[in-house]
Ligand binder design. Structure first.
Ligand code: ADP
Length: 390
């Protein structure tokens, strides 16, 4: 029969410590007959030296030995880094509980009582070898896990750093690009106004294209500036009444609402914890898209809210052209648009901005198909102490 070892196919080495050679002989024969490698020591000092050298998997040790007894030997083994983790089983005729407790305090994992019953010794040896192997495996896994966690933390910190740097770069770049771009657009317009007779129709058309391009770039830069500000120009969160937020967003959208004949149905909205101006941007972007991506009928936009666990789940539902499910994730990525510029104007930043705002508020945003026609954009926000207001 071979001894069971967790993930270690080599036979386990057992150090037997006893001052009586006859006992050593008996135990060694018994263990070797069961597939173990037996190493012996005739006293405490010899045991400590052997244990350091051989690094046994387990030590079977007599308690009553002249000079250094079993308890003291166990203490010395535990004091040494090389040997402290080797399980020690005491062999003793002692039945006194107090003595046994001294042994456990010295670092024993178990006792076998003399006269020894070899079947019992073998079972205990096997059990403690298995436990020890499991403990080693656990330690290795723990170390591995700690290495992975610290590597993950380092990557995370590097990501946060590079994200912040990128945001600052985007902010500075877009801010500094505004002025030269304004110059290009206004001087081109000036050329067209001042020298109309020096330009033929092609020339005027080309200037028109250039001005149009400059204006689009201005819109892109403005949107990028707003996007990068979500992370850099942060205001502390405060209780925000969402009905006021929606009113402000609707006020900003009044021209588009008038022109499209949109109808807005807004239910009771709660008070949340957040940055009011970013929440206005969030609702405004979603409602502007609901108007922009309308179908042939006048837009109807429903804004509502329901509790979701400890949070609030908001919905902005439209009756517009709808979105194919395969694009549900992609539309929240920066610059991702499903339509050409000539079909619907835009920069592809709006929904990425919404996502960034919602995530800064600790929530998440997603889109679904509306029950009949159109889309439902849903997002979660943490509630402030106030409940749902009218
Ligand atoms: P933009 O509106 O500038 O194109 P967004 O990031 O706001 O950029 O939206 C990304 C894309 O998602 C849009 O180009 C459009 O194709 C799609 N989309 C957004 N909102 C809606 C909506 N309410 N209905 C249908 N499609 C939408």
């Amino acid at each position: 029969m071979s001894p069971v070892e967790i993930s270690d196919p080599r036979p386990a080495t057992i150090l037997i410590v006893d001052d009586r050679p006859a006992n050593l002989e008996l135990m060694a024969t018994e263990l070797e007959a069961h597939g173990y490698v037996a190493v012996v020591a005739q006293g405490g000092e010899e045991a400590v030296a052997r244990a350091r050298f051989v690094q046994p998997d387990l030590i079977l040790m007599d308690v009553m030995m002249p000079a250094v007894d079993g308890f003291e030997t166990a203490r010395r083994l535990k004091a040494c880094e090389d040997t402290r983790d080797i399980p020690v089983i005491f062999m003793t005729a002692l039945t006194d509980t107090r003595q046994k407790l001294i042994g456990f305090a010295a670092g024993a994992v178990d006792y076998v009582t003399k006269p020894l019953d070899s079947a019992e010794v073998l079972v205990r040896v096997k059990t403690h070898l298995t436990l020890s192997a499991l403990r080693r495996r656990l330690l290795t896994q723990n170390e591995q896990l700690q290495r992975e966690v610290s590597a993950h933390e380092k990557t995370q910190a590097a990501l946060v750093r590079s994200n912040t740097e990128l945001e600052q770069l985007a902010y500075v770049a877009s801010h500094d690009m505004q002025e030269p771009l304004r110059m290009i657009a206004s001087y081109l317009q000036l050329v067209a106004q001042r020298y109309p007779d020096k330009l033929d129709s092609d020339g005027r058309e080309f200037i028109g294209f250039a001005v149009d391009g400059a204006k689009r770039m201005q819109a892109l830069i403005n949107d990028l500036l707003v996007y990068s500000r979500v992370g850099t120009k942060v205001r502390p969160f405060a209780p925000v009444e969402c009905s006021t937020v929606v009113d402000t967003a609707l006020h900003h959208l009044c021209v588009a609402i008038d022109e499209s004949g949109a109808r807005i149905e807004c239910g009771a909205l709660p008070c949340v914890s957040g940055d009011a101006s970013q929440l206005v941007q969030l609702f405004q972007n979603l409602m502007a898209n609901a108007i922009k991506f309308r179908s042939t009928v006048a837009p109807v936009i429903q804004v509502s809210c329901q509790p979701l666990g400890d949070d609030w789940c908001f919905s902005v539902t439209d009756n517009g052209i709808g979105i194919e499910p395969e694009y549900f994730e992609r539309i929240f990525v920066l610059f991702q648009r499903l339509h050409g510029r000539t079909q619907y104007p835009g920069t592809g930043i709006g929904l990425a901005l919404c996502k960034k705002i919602v995530e800064r508020h600790g929530g998440r945003i997603w889109v679904e198909r509306a029950p009949t026609q159109g889309s439902v954009f849903r997002f979660t926000l943490h509630g402030a102490s106030a409940g749902v207001g009218a």
